[in-house]
Design a binder for this molecule. Structure first.
Ligand code: COA
Length: 214
């Protein structure tokens, strides 16, 4: 899976497959999940390991990534970024804040969004688009729509706080390009300008990323 396609110039993306390798986190990060179950601690450590590697490539070697009350990771001043983890996979993307205003990255196991869940997550337009896709592609494309909304949330929530719900945000996929766009209602009952993102599908995963230009 070519994840580099997700990272525009100026950003850094680091991904990690979980092979049970030892992971070394500073105490300030370990303590954030001290009371959590083993799986949560492992996922957290995988994500933070990716984030720390991305930060090192941006010149921040020893930053301890805290956590905001919202759950968002706390990046050093002048850096924006995002973390994701799913089964045996984690990734983080980061960039200088003078290059990008916000970043959202999300990974999902392909096929986890069935019709019942889709009714809660997707607009009528998205469901019509999905039903026009072939049976073989539909599970991955439904996961892609969901993942794009999660990446959008991760980028915008730290900027804006309150967010619209899943069925108010609409994703449009440009087939065959690895590109999607997300739009949400504006204050005048219209649509705000769509925000572009990129996606990769492979190895049983769907990974999406949005980088908002500064
Ligand atoms: C927070 C949320 C986006 C996480 O996504 P997920 O697919 O469950 O899990 P992922 O592994 O991909 O991402 C988890 C990481 O997201 C990051 N995160 C959590 N809350 C966040 C927030 N408010 N803003 C930005 N990033 C956040 C954290 O780094 C977290 O990992 P960590 O706790 O180990 O550091 C999701 O649980 C959620 O609340 N979704 C609701 C979003 C929503 O309402 N969307 C409406 C459509 S826009």
């Amino acid at each position: 899976m070519d994840l580099e396609a997700l990272a525009p110039p100026g950003s850094v993306l680091v991904a990690l497959a979980d092979h049970g390798q030892p992971l070394d986190l500073p105490p300030g990060e370990t303590q954030l999940v001290a009371g959590s179950v083993e799986k949560r601690r492992r996922d957290f450590a995988l994500g933070r390991t990716c984030a720390r590697a991305a930060l090192a490539r941006l010149g921040h070697d020893s930053w301890v990534l805290g956590r905001a009350p919202s759950g968002a990771p706390l990046w050093p001043d002048g850096i924006v970024g995002s973390i994701t983890h799913t089964k045996a996979f984690a990734a983080a993307m980061a960039a200088p804040a003078d290059r990008f205003r916000a970043i959202g990255i999300d990974a999902e196991c392909s096929g986890g969004v069935d019709d019942r869940l889709g009714r809660r997550l997707f607009t009528d337009g998205e469901r019509a688009w999905l039903s026009g896709q072939g049976d073989a592609l539909r599970p991955a494309l439904a996961t892609l729509l969901f993942s794009a909304k999660e990446a959008y949330f991760k980028a915008f929530h730290p900027l804006e706080g309150r967010m619209p719900d899943f069925r108010q945000v609409e994703v449009e996929v440009v087939p065959g390009t690895g590109v999607f766009s997300v739009r949400q209602p504006d204050a005048r009952d219209g649509w705000a300008a769509p925000v572009p993102g990129r996606f990769v599908i492979g190895d049983g995963l769907v990974v999406t990323a949005l980088c908002l230009e500064a």
